[in-house]
Design a protein around this ligand. Structure first.
Ligand SMILES: Cc1cc2nc3c(=O)[nH]c(=O)nc-3n(C[C@H](O)[C@H](O)[C@H](O)COP(=O)(O)OP(=O)(O)OC[C@H]3O[C@@H](n4cnc5c(N)ncnc54)[C@H](O)[C@@H]3O)c2cc1C
Length: 617
């Protein structure tokens, strides 16, 4: 078939595109997903892992919203871990090593059976905007029309790969670059150039794992998808391994500075400060000789390993030289050399909070193309773009997640309000409300947003049940307890709960500073013989334990929210002579819809904020 017509067309089947397609096809609209033949859907060109600090929260948010990524991750997970476990629930996150082939295969299996969604294998060469929507022409001669379009081309737009002085055109290794699409955006907005990189892939049979520290999967880590039992593992679990660079490794890199495309001027694009290459680390931290290298399997039947921490674009012979110095990698053979990729990105201040382009009606962009880095960031944006494409067609306004309730909300607001000069990735410090935006209470935080979609699927039933159980458990925790009798005194001593001098409630017990609230609540419920959804127990335990802090933060936020949610007419602001010319220019560029967005625009003066806050504009 060569001609297609859809309500919504998504170009690009990476993490953003697949999530957008999954979300949009929940509604009664026709949705198409066109992606390059030969590049598997939702493939992982970099680290074969999903989640991590700040990112695990995004995956859980996607689950609460009815997304795809949590299902794929649970299905293909070969190692589950809890990061920052000892640092408290605000920064605790789940990270899952995935079998990258199984992940991509599952994505295809789910999406190809999805009602209302058509998958088209084609390389898009041209996108034309007309009064009625979009026409897409592919290399294979296919013509696809749609009312709205979501572009999620990842690192492919005018992509260029670098390994030492070798420069190859491509979106990632062994993939052609995408041409002719940036023009659609550059006609109405700015295009920037970013870069990212990846380490060499190593043949497993040439690695000496006995010299490394094994890191096993953690049975206590909870699955991402609500439909799976928390500790259910669908695949055999594998270890990851930890080794370290040393002074020899870094000397070898420092001696070859001139051969590094990052330092000799060959690469012009800006790379991620928070995900530096090994050569970045060697020069940024001249006094440090040892950096962690996590050696991670790429799958159950794949004999290549991903050495996380040594992303590089140095020449292959330098990569080989420095690998020899790392314990366990002395004899490691390179299956695919490390490389950097430069690509075109959208200037995200040209986007609305819905991720629709301000100047190109009906065009949404999401993922790496929006200057972010990471599968989770891409999927989070894909979901938002998918829903907002539906909302645009149905005239429902904008689907927006408040940053105080969601990491996806934090990311989208950050992207559209301040110009990015490097790839953006999420971490917990980006959220002002990280004690509230925890992993454990995600279903509670996101339930109102999912409900607002007015759908009636499995997740909606789960959330209804979750909210009822949560209410019952909060009541139980506050209204049941222990009397100061000799039996309970003995019990307290035996459990290490501390002294019991007068009657105390379960709430007071789990608030005791030396106790782990989740463990204590789980144990007490087991003793009582009452079962709740495990996520409800963790949510209630932490919500009760940190109630005081959360209440104070909420009071502050409520005061602030009155201000931050204040709607703004940016057109009026741009004509207001009480606001400096420079600030008006910045406001014109971003076109903020509320005070929260206004306050995050780079360079907006406090005087402007004070003026807008105290006047009705
Ligand atoms: C070399 C490399 C290093 C990376 N390093 C990191 C890292 O260190 N940390 C990190 O967090 N992330 C890293 N990533 C990024 C990670 O891969 C992305 O964040 C993630 O895949 C982005 O998802 P996406 O959906 O936006 O794009 P992608 O996953 O890239 O998917 C884009 C999709 O669009 C399709 N496509 C493109 N053009 C066309 C066209 N013209 N016609 C049809 N289909 C098209 C492609 O086939 C592909 O399926 C790296 C990526 C690469 C390539």
């Amino acid at each position: 078939m060569n001609n297609y017509n859809f309500d919504i067309l998504i170009v690009g089947g990476g993490h953003a595109g697949c999530e957008a397609a999954f979300a949009a096809s929940e509604f009664d609209l026709s949705v198409g997903l066109v992606s390059m033949p030969g590049v598997p859907l939702a493939s992982a060109p970099c680290n074969p892992a999903v989640g991590g600090v700040g990112k695990g929260q995004v995956v859980r948010e996607l689950d609460a919203l009815g997304g795809l990524m949590p299902r794929l991750t649970d299905f293909s997970g070969i190692q589950f871990r809890i990061l920052n476990e000892s640092k408290g629930p605000a920064v605790r996150s789940t990270r899952v090593q995935i079998d990258k082939d199984k992940y991509a295969e599952k994505a295809y299996e789910i999406l190809s059976k999805r009602d209302g969604l058509t998958l088209v294998g084609a390389t898009v060469l041209k996108i034309t905007k007309s009064a009625n929507g979009y026409t897409v022409n592919s290399k294979e001669g296919k013509v696809i029309t749609s009312k709205v379009l979501i572009l999620t081309a990842g690192t492919f737009l005018n992509g260029k790969l670098h390994t030492g002085s070798l420069q190859v055109e491509g979106g990632r290794v062994d993939c052609e670059k995408s041409v002719g699409l940036s023009e659609l955006i550059s006609a109405k907005g700015k295009i920037k150039r970013f870069k990212t990189g990846t380490p060499p892939r190593l043949l497993g049979k040439t690695i000496d794992f006995s010299k490394m520290e094994a890191q096993p999967s953690d049975a206590r880590a909870i699955c991402f998808h609500f439909g799976n039992k928390p500790d259910f593992r669908q695949q055999k679990q594998l270890d990851c391994y930890l080794t370290r660079t040393n002074s020899q490794t870094l000397s070898s890199i420092r001696d070859n500075k001139e051969r590094s495309p990052i330092f000799n001027g060959q690469i012009k694009g800006v790379g991620p400060r928070y995900c530096p290459s090994i050569e970045d680390k060697a020069f940024r931290y001249p006094d440090k000789d040892s950096h962690h290298v996590f050696v991670e399997p790429e799958g159950l039947d794949i004999d290549t390993f991903y050495p996380n921490g040594i992303s590089t674009s140095l020449p292959v012979e330098v990569q080989e030289e420095f690998l020899r110095t790392i314990p366990g990698l002395e004899g490691a053979e390179i299956a695919i050399p490390g490389y950097a990729v430069e690509y075109d990105v959208v200037n995200t201040v040209d986007l609305k909070i819905s991720l629709e382009h301000k100047e190109i009606e009906g065009l949404f962009t999401a993922g790496q193309l929006n200057g972010t880095s990471g599968y989770e960031e891409a999927a989070g944006q894909g979901f938002i773009a998918g829903i907002n494409a539906v909302y645009l067609l149905k005239g429902l306004g904008t689907f927006k997640l408040n940053r105080n309730h969601s990491y996806i909300g934090v990311m989208i607001e950050d992207l559209v309000t301040s110009e990015r000069d490097e790839p953006y990735r999420l971490f917990t410090a980006r959220s002002e409300s990280r004690l509230y935006n925890r992993e454990d209470n995600t279903y509670y935080r996101l339930a109102p947003y999912r409900k607002s979609l007015n759908l009636n699927n499995e997740i909606d039933n789960f959330l209804d049940n979750y909210l009822v159980q949560r209410e019952i458990l909060v009541d139980l925790v506050k209204n049941s307890g222990f009397r100061a009798t000799s039996t309970w005194k003995e019990y307290f001593q035996e459990k290490g709960y501390g002294k019991i001098q007068e009657n105390i409630s379960l709430e007071e017990l789990i608030k005791r500073s030396h106790l782990d609230p989740e463990k204590t609540l789980f144990e007490e419920l087991t003793r009582m013989g009452i079962a709740f959804i495990p996520q409800v127990v963790s949510d209630v335990a932490n919500s009760v334990k940190y109630e005081g802090y959360l209440e104070r933060a909420q009071n502050q936020q409520e005061k602030l929210s009155k201000l931050t949610e204040k709607k703004i007419n940016w057109k009026i602001l741009c004509e207001n002579s009480n606001i400096s010319y420079e600030c008006r220019q910045r406001i014109l560029k971003v076109q903020p819809e509320d005070f929260s967005q206004l306050s995050r625009i780079n360079g907006i003066r406090p005087a402007t904020l004070a003026y807008v806050a105290s006047n009705s504009l």
